[in-house]
Design a protein around this ligand. Sequence first.
Ligand code: 13P
Length: 345
Amino acid sequence: MERPKMNAQQLIDTARLLVAGDKGLLAIDESNPTCNKRFEALGIPQTEEARRAYREMIVTTPGLSNCINGAILYDETIHQTQKDGTPLIQVLIEAGIIPGIKVDTGAKDMAAYKGEKITEGLDGLRQRLQDYAKTGARFAKWRAVIAIGKGMPSRACIASNAQILGRYAALCQEAGLVPIVEPEVIMEGDHSLERCCMVTEEVLRTVFSELYMQRVILEGMLLKPNMILPGLTCAKQPPVDEVADATVWCLLRAVPAAVPGVVFLSGGQPAGLASARLNAMNVRFKSKMPWALAFSFARAIQQPALEIWRGDDANVEKAQQALYHRALCNQTARRGEYNEMVEGK
Ligand code: 13P
């Protein structure tokens, strides 16, 4: 059966808008369990109302659209409203920020492959995508998790997650949503930067082969990869420039030039370091890269604001200032103009 005709140009336009200028994306799509975990660590009540108030604080940050082209929401958030009843998605659209939606249902333990994960959520996805598109979402996100360790990642883990990412991306484009394809090689472990580079290259090559197989329009999607980093407990932690070089070299080898943008996840890096590394990549390689190199951070934009907010209305203004500051630092990093003065050190 022929796939229904999609509007390819509309997908391409949206993908370009998401990485336009020197702005990036803001990920506020933590699932309820993940959001609750972050709240619990700071003594914030883990309730639907607290999550709503937190997301309202974020999306009403004055001037956010100066630095942010799009925001990724979670299912609960896309249906929530501001205190005055305005849907949060409406607040974003009116601010000039394109709304997106996380559509996977989480990385689950992979059968027969201890320690590895497979992302679920394909069942019923076609209908959910249509519903989200009607609600106003214009792009979607799916995260696959690849762990490095003894005997990991297995070929089976890489191949299965890549195939699922391809199927997800094709369904998104059918529904008129730009897919953000996120294969995350996670930082846990004591592996070297070189090993992260080898694994990431294999993962990306496999993912793009699947995207080709599933007839995904590369011009109408974005890639959300990890930076090339050593494991968190690796004794050798390289300088910023070394991370920048390894990351861009790896991407140049594995990411087709037709893709309009690469938007990094932050993966638990300290916020300032994530900005410094993105900055170094743009300083050293901007003229040599075929795609825009931008950001789609969650923790590296939100964490300082969350620590100030702590569930208290009285802290909203200060938390918003902290959020704006991080968004601005990353925008500056996209231009290759981030430094300690911008950071405010
Ligand atoms: P982090 O930037 O916190 O890694 O989150 C990005 C994201 O969207 C993970 O799926």
